[in-house]
Structures are given as structure tokens and as C-alpha cells.
Design a protein around this ligand. Structure first.
Ligand SMILES: Cc1cc2nc3c(=O)[nH]c(=O)nc-3n(C[C@H](O)[C@H](O)[C@H](O)COP(=O)(O)OP(=O)(O)OC[C@H]3O[C@@H](n4cnc5c(N)ncnc54)[C@H](O)[C@@H]3O)c2cc1C
Length: 479
């Protein structure tokens, strides 16, 4: 990692070294592209933000060859989340995953975001082709000397402003207090806290409790508390106001406030993620209320999608139009998560008596349950058929114990029954007799996976596979 030399044209300039920009820089660095990263601040973001990512995201870290490092600073959890009312009744449950899930990793991971940010930044040390300039605030991204410019510059993005377009508002905008507590796990009240996440659907004071995990001899607990009419946002984090709000669980002697901030949670999706050589990723093009712990996850999925396309264009001469598939694929995918978060926000944030009564009627018959969705990408670089095409493929273990992706690397893969793949000559990893159970559940005998492990095509026969490979060659044919 070096300091950028503004005199040369790099392949990609990244504006913003938050987690999304840092992962993109790692993936592009690994692909051998020259990358200049500009970050306004010197220090990593200090306020409490993300605490959760899912198994698909750990798989992206695996692709960046950072899974081990990330696993050292994150905690795998088999638990989901429970939405409970003040009487303790479970209204809704997000299911957890025991052991290694379909992505080849635990389904939920909890972490302290500064640790993750540091890990991603340290990963850049591996790449002499990636240059980072801290305290470099960009005002006119159009002027950056790079073939492509990606705005990973967060909710107030200057790159978004340069692109134009408009934001679709999904309707939720609500201030919440967010507090990280450092607690002594030996204290009985701390030990009695639930290991799973709780959405406390109390009309007098909605809250979220998250078990972030141990940090040395102490344990970090996240509290998110909805502001109610009459609350003073400047004073609500003061100890004499904060502790009484959580007196049902903890008292001041159980821990101390590590950090606190008041945020307004938003739900918006940008229309227009690309104009020419300018692109957006992460919070610059979508924001979600954090009720599912999926905002950062969406940004990391963006760059997993974008990185292989940029590498295919810059390194292998694929047509620039491949970048038009980025928004068409990703926007409906992220919208599915945000719409679900907004719906769950309706359950958590109900405070007026009519909405609470309607909620009670809805769950009178017992709790509902859900898992994180596995949406299909919108139309783009894939065959235009129903799911599982356009969804993330599972990651099985191979007979030698390795995870499938470790044998593929950053390229396309063809997997399936040995007889269907016999003699196949394709610019892809070829994996005979891998994923057969999954293929069989979809009535297929072979599949093409993209470098981001989304399914490009499924095939029942060798003829169907050959036709899909021919379409792929057309999609990637140099302009
Ligand atoms: C309370 C809360 C809880 C959350 N919990 C979760 C969770 O559990 N799981 C989850 O997945 N997500 C969660 N999120 C969402 C998650 O924190 C964000 O989606 C994520 O941090 C966005 O990352 P980013 O890299 O896109 O943007 P940011 O982290 O905002 O990074 C943008 C970077 O760009 C830099 N920058 C901005 N402008 C310029 C400029 N002009 N020039 C140079 N640099 C610039 C900034 O300094 C910053 O470093 C939560 C958010 C909140 C607020």
C-alpha cells in the first residue's frame, strides 16, 4: 500500500475508506488493478454503527482472503432475533442457523465495527497496486485521474451528487439513540441477558438489545432506543436519562457507556448508480433502518458484484456495458432487504394504540418466523430464468474438507455431474460432482457460477450448458 501519485491514471479511484470502500479496494487489489483510495478522515469512524453481518458476507471476506482475520475479530452466533412485547410474548422470530449454514459459514456474526474496519484496512497492506491517501477530501470526483471512480462515500455522497438521479423514499425516518455498553459478565444481571437479539416492541419505548460479544474480560452490549415525543436528543444519552430506560435489564453498576449517538434511521434507494465512469456503492446509494443488521451487508454485496465486473473490463477487455448490469441487478436485491426492514420497523415502532391493537390481533394466533431473504438479482449478467438463477449459490465442503470457493478463486465456475461436464473446455474452474444435492433439488445437473458466486445459469443437459456458456462468452466479449 502506497500514497497515491496524482500524476498517473489509475484503473479505479475509490472515494471513501469506510468498510465498503475498504473491501472494494481489497478485492480490486487482489485482481491486480491499480487503485487510489481517498478518505476524508484520518481515523476510522468512532460512533456506534454496524454490529452484525451474515454468512454470505463472511463468504465475501473469504473471497478477499480475509476470513481468518475477520473471524478473529467477530463472533459466530447460532441465534436469530426475537421480537417480544412488554409481557414477554414472542411476536416474531428471525430464525438462527446451527453450525455451518448453506454459505459454508455461520449464519450470523457479531463484531465491533472499528475492529472490522481496522482488519479491512490492514488487508490493503498486501497490495503495492493499492494506494491510500487519508485526509484527502474529494469535492469534484469527476476530476480524479482514474478510468473509473467509485463513490463509497456514505450517506452524504459527493459522487452521488455528481451522478445526479433521484432517491426513492421507502418511508421510514425515525430518530433512535444507539449506545454501546461495556459490562462485567460476572454480574448476575449481565449474565441473565439473552444471548439472542431482542426487538423489544414496547409501545411506551421501543428498543433493540444485541449481544455484541466479549472484548477481553468484559462483554459489549448494544442498546438501541427509539426517541419518543418530548425526548431531548442532546441529553438522552446522559447516564441519568439512559440507565432508567433500561432498568428492566441493567443498573449503572453493571457496566459503563462506551459510546453513544443519536441517529435518524432512513430507508432510501438511489435511482442512478452509474453515470459514465462514476459509480456508487454502499450507503451512498441505499440506506436502511438497522432492524435486520443488513445495511453494511448490502454495501459489501454491492462491491462483491462490482469488483469482478471492473476487473473483467480493465483486465480482460469485457465491454463497459457490463457495468450497466450492476444497478439493474443490485437495486431490486437491496430493496427487498430494505422493504423487509421497514415492515419489521412497523412491528417494533408501533406506538399509537390503534397500530398496537392491530399488531396484537395479527400475532394473536402465535409468533411468525422468518429467515433472511435470498432475493434474486434483477436482470443483468445472467440467464433470464427464475430462481435459483440470480441467487447466491450454496457453498458445500468438498470431499477433502475444503470449502468450495477456495478451489475456485476469483473466476467463473462450472459445477455439476461428471458426465455432463466430461471434456468441457471453458475459461472457468470446472468442478465435477460438486453441489449435486443442490442441483437435484432444482431438477438440474450443472450450473455456472459467477465470480461473486451468484448463479449465472442452470442446465439439465450438456446442450443446455453449452448454450449458457455461449451466452456468457457473448456477455463478456471484448467490445
Ligand atoms: C446504529 C446503526 C447500526 C447499524 N447496524 C448495522 C448492522 O448491524 N449490520 C449492518 O450490516 N449494517 C448496520 N448499519 C449500517 C452500516 O453501519 C452502514 O451501512 C455502513 O457503515 C456503510 O458503510 P459505507 O462504507 O458505505 O459508508 P461509511 O461507513 O459512511 O463510509 C464512508 C466514508 O467515506 C468518507 N468520505 C465521505 N465523503 C468523502 C469525501 N468527499 N472525500 C473523501 N472521503 C469521504 C467518510 O469519511 C467515510 O469514511 C448500522 C447503522 C447504524 C447507524
Amino acid at each position: 500500500m502506497q500514497t497515491p501519485r496524482p500524476d498517473r491514471l489509475s484503473d479505479v479511484a475509490i472515494v471513501g475508506l469506510g468498510p465498503v470502500g475498504a473491501l472494494l479496494a481489497n478485492l480490486l487489489g487482489q485482481a491486480g488493478l491499480t487503485v487510489d483510495v481517498h478518505e476524508r478522515d484520518r481515523e476510522i469512524h468512532a460512533l456506534p454503527r454496524a454490529v452484525h453481518f451474515d454468512g454470505e458476507i463472511m463468504r465475501i471476506f473469504q473471497a478477499a482472503d480475509l476470513a481468518e482475520e475477520v473471524a478473529r475479530c467477530a463472533r459466530a452466533s447460532p441465534y436469530g432475533a426475537r421480537y417480544i412485547d412488554p409481557s414477554g410474548r414472542v411476536l416474531v422470530e428471525r430464525r438462527g442457523i446451527e453450525g455451518e449454514g448453506p454459505q459454508g459459514w455461520a449464519g450470523s456474526w457479531y463484531f465491533h465495527q472499528p475492529d472490522l474496519d481496522r482488519t479491512l484496512r490492514a488487508g490493503l497492506e498486501r497490495f503495492p497496486n493499492v494506494s491510500v491517501r487519508l485526509e484527502s477530501e474529494i469535492a469534484t470526483p469527476e476530476d480524479l485521474p482514474a478510468r473509473f471512480v467509485v463513490g463509497c462515500d456514505g450517506a452524504r455522497s459527493v459522487v452521488r451528487r455528481a451522478i445526479g438521479g433521484r432517491q426513492r423514499d421507502l418511508g421510514l425516518h425515525q430518530p433512535w439513540l444507539v449506545v454501546d455498553l461495556l459490562c462485567d459478565p460476572a454480574r448476575p444481571r449481565v449474565a441473565a441477558l439473552p444471548p439472542y437479539s431482542v426487538q423489544f416492541c414496547d409501545p411506551s419505548r421501543p428498543m433493540t438489545l444485541v449481544n455484541v460479544g466479549p472484548s477481553g474480560a468484559i462483554v459489549r452490549r448494544r442498546w438501541e432506543i427509539m426517541l419518543m415525543p418530548g425526548d431531548d436528543p442532546d441529553r438522552i444519552a446522559e447516564p441519568e436519562r439512559f440507565w432508567p430506560m433500561i432498568a428492566r435489564w441493567l443498573a449503572p453498576e453493571d457496566g459503563h457507556i462506551e459510546r453513544a449517538a443519536v441517529y435518524t434511521f432512513h430507508s432510501v434507494v438511489q435511482e442512478g448508480w452509474r453515470r459514465g465512469r462514476l459509480l456508487l456503492a454502499g450507503d451512498s446509494c441505499h440506506q436502511t433502518p438497522p432492524f435486520l443488521g443488513q445495511g453494511l451487508c448490502a454495501g459489501l454485496r454491492d462491491v462483491a458484484n462490482l469488483a469482478w465486473k471492473l476487473a473483467a473490463i480493465v483486465r480482460d477487455g469485457a465491454p463497459d456495458s457490463l457495468l450497466d448490469t450492476y444497478e439493474s441487478e443490485r437495486r431490486p436485491h437491496v430493496a427487498t432487504f430494505i422493504e423487509l426492514a421497514v415492515r419489521m420497523g412497523g412491528v417494533i415502532q408501533a406506538t399509537d394504540p390503534a397500530a398496537v391493537a392491530a399488531r396484537d390481533r395479527r400475532f394473536a394466533g402465535g409468533p411468525e418466523s422468518f429467515s433472511f431473504p435470498l432475493p434474486q438479482l434483477g436482470a443483468g449478467c445472467r440467464v433470464d430464468d427464475p430462481s435459483p438463477i440470480g441467487t447466491i449459490a450454496p457453498q458445500p465442503r468438498l470431499p477433502d474438507g475444503r470449502r468450495m470457493d477456495d478451489t475456485i478463486g476469483a473466476r467463473f465456475a462450472v459445477l455439476g455431474a461428471r458426465d455432463v461436464l466430461a471434456g468441457l473446455d471453458a475459461p472457468a474452474a470446472i468442478l465435477p460432482d460438486v453441489g449435486l444435492d443442490w442441483l437435484a433439488t432444482h431438477g438440474s445437473r450443472a450450473a455456472i457460477l459467477r465470480p461473486d458466486r451468484y448463479v449465472y445459469a442452470m442446465a439439465r443437459t450438456r446442450a443446455e450448458l453449452d448454450a449458457a456458456l455461449a451466452r456468457l462468452a457473448r456477455d463478456l466479449r471484448p467490445a
